[in-house]
Design a binder for this molecule. Structure first.
Ligand SMILES: [Zn+2]
Length: 160
């Protein structure tokens, strides 16, 4: 299990199984970027969020060596289904994708994506997370508090 505590005390918990699932997408060789959405839930009494699933890339996504554009319809169906199945507890928690670099950092496109999500209110929870997986298995985790700002306010790079 990975527990990430941000400076503002927001906590993100990712189960080991899901980390393994994530690691299976490490970008090797000339493989394209991969990604999807983070699904999860929030603790009722604290700012603790749990990643409960990662959507896996679909054939409708557009994958490039340095870019990844996920298909919106496919993921929206998945989010809606998860919402129903969990009786309104689990929903969209953010985005994940791979980068062909060590110790990945978000690109300007990545930051823009988070801005778009907050602008069009795709997020149900006030926090939106961004996970980027590097080729050395290090993970960048960014957090934006949509109630305050569209900026990614905090992040950590974790190396297992
Ligand atoms: Zn990126």
């Amino acid at each position: 299990m990975m527990e990430i505590v941000f400076k503002d005390k927001t906590t993100l918990i990712i189960e080991s199984e899901l980390l393994e699932k994530l690691y299976s997408y490490v970008q090797v060789g000339s493989a394209p970027e991969n990604g999807g959405v983070l699904l999860g839930k929030k603790d009722v009494e604290s700012e603790t969020y749990f990643v409960t699933d990662l959507s896996v890339p679909s054939s409708k996504d557009i994958k490039g060596r340095f870019s990844f554009i996920r298909n919106k319809d496919v993921t929206q169906k998945l989010i809606d289904q998860r919402w129903k199945d969990s009786d309104g507890i689990e929903n969209y928690l953010g985005e994940w994708h791979t980068h062909p670099e060590m110790q990945p950092t978000p690109s300007s496109v990545d930051k823009k994506l988070i801005n778009i999500i907050i602008e069009d209110k795709s997020n149900v929870f006030s926090k939106v997370f961004l996970i980027i997986l590097g080729i050395d298995k290090s993970i960048y985790v960014g957090l934006a508090n949509a109630d305050i700002s569209k900026k990614i306010i905090d992040f950590k790079i974790i190396k297992e």
